[in-house]
Design a binder for this molecule. Structure first.
Ligand SMILES: [Zn+2]
Length: 73
């Protein structure tokens, strides 16, 4: 496996690799809601990583902002 062309040293995720001894960081290739597509710089494995937070997360009742009336409604 080769390094993805979109792998950028300026875009890193500070997570350890799940597939090899790399404990430093992963390349961030794509992001979608609370998932990030990462590639390990060491073993070059790519996978979707659930960050556990972000837009895809189910909002807790306390996280929901109050519903303000729209102007003109
Ligand atoms: Zn790895």
């Amino acid at each position: 496996m080769v390094l993805d062309p979109s792998a950028d040293v300026g875009r890193k995720v500070w997570r350890r690799c799940s597939y090899c001894p790399n404990t430093e960081s992963l390349y961030l290739l794509e992001a979608n809601a609370n998932f990030v597509y990462v590639q390990c710089p060491l073993c070059h494995t790519r996978w979707w990583l659930d960050t556990g937070f972000g837009a895809g997360k189910q909002a807790e009742p306390s996280d929901v902002p109050p519903a303000w009336p729209r102007p003109g409604s």
